[in-house]
Design a protein around this ligand. Structure first.
Ligand code: NDP
Length: 251
């Protein structure tokens, strides 16, 4: 049997794709042959343009995913725009930093809601159609803080650990119905999110010394893993959290 990484004839939805990792994933899925919808708050003009350049269909869905209020509409608009939904990539995420002893309820709830609660309910809404069609792929963006505690980011560590748990829970229940659910745990990836960290000379040096590959990752490093997990090549992979971290966790 030929192994296929092609997404020809598939339809995908990527959240938070106006920039960074989400943009790279959305464009890579289109390059692999998928029509792609993107959902988020900010204007994703550049992403839509890059998808269109691949010759694939691009659909924009405006939604604030800090609560689950828009999830049914987002899935309905993706299906209406693309005809069906084969792949969901839950990428939208935020981080809040503060000392543990004064960490606020607001920072706790904001991070858990966007990074974990919306991820689950969007997946649930997408999975209904995937179960009906007997196939589908859900790819959740986790973090190294799925495995580690970090410093001054307790709600982010909790949310991203939760992403691992919910990935496995969904994988268990959806595997018999033809749907695979996996996560990617990016290491240190150069995006807007990490610009301040990269700009801090001491922290940047410490980080680089700790990464066996000796460099920051770039969004395309994550996109490659996403295409694999969205494609038929990964049909026997489910409930897995794939670290794409330049070897960070190996050290
Ligand atoms: P960016 O800040 O560049 O991208 C985050 C994306 O999430 C943006 O598109 C943002 O849209 C979207 N988003 C945030 N809040 C909402 C919301 N309420 N509604 C809709 N969209 C929202 O960061 P990255 O590309 O670095 O991060 C992408 C994912 O990767 C996140 O889940 C992050 O936790 C994870 N990650 C990143 C790592 C890194 O090193 N960069 C490491 C590990 C994990 P908007 O611009 O509208 O806010």
């Amino acid at each position: 049997m030929a192994i296929s990484f092609s997404l020809e004839g598939k339809s995908a939805l990527v959240t938070g794709a106006n920039t960074g990792i989400g943009q790279a994933i959305a464009v890579a899925l289109a390059q692999a042959g998928a029509d792609v919808a993107v959902a988020g708050r900010s204007e994703p003009a550049e992403t839509l343009d890059l998808i269109a350049q691949t010759g694939r269909k691009a659909v924009n869905i405006k939604a604030d995913l800090s609560s689950i209020e828009p999830v049914q509409r987002v899935i309905a608009e993706a299906v209406a725009g693309l005809g069906k939904l084969d792949v969901l990539v839950n990428n939208a995420g935020i981080i809040r930093r503060d000392d543990l002893l004064q960490f606020s309820e607001e920072d706790w709830d904001a991070v858990i809601d966007t990074n974990l609660k919306t991820l689950f309910f969007l997946s649930q809404a997408a999975a209904k159609g995937m179960v009906e069609q007997g196939s589908g792929k859900i790819v959740n963006i986790a973090s190294l803080l799925t495995f580690q505690g970090g410093i001054r980011v307790p709600s982010y560590a909790a949310a991203k650990s939760g992403v691992s748990g919910v990935t496995k829970a969904m994988a268990n229940e959806l595997a018999p119905r033809g749907v695979q659910v996996n996560a990617i745990a990016p290491g240190y990836i150069s995006t807007n999110n990490t610009a301040a960290l990269q700009g801090d000379e001491t922290r940047n040096r410490q980080i680089l010394e700790r990464i066996p590959t000796g460099r920051w990752g770039n969004p395309d490093d994550i996109a490659g893993a996403a295409v694999f997990l969205a494609s038929p090549a990964s049909n026997y992979v489910t409930g897995h959290v794939l670290a794409v971290d330049g070897g960070w966790l190996a050290r």
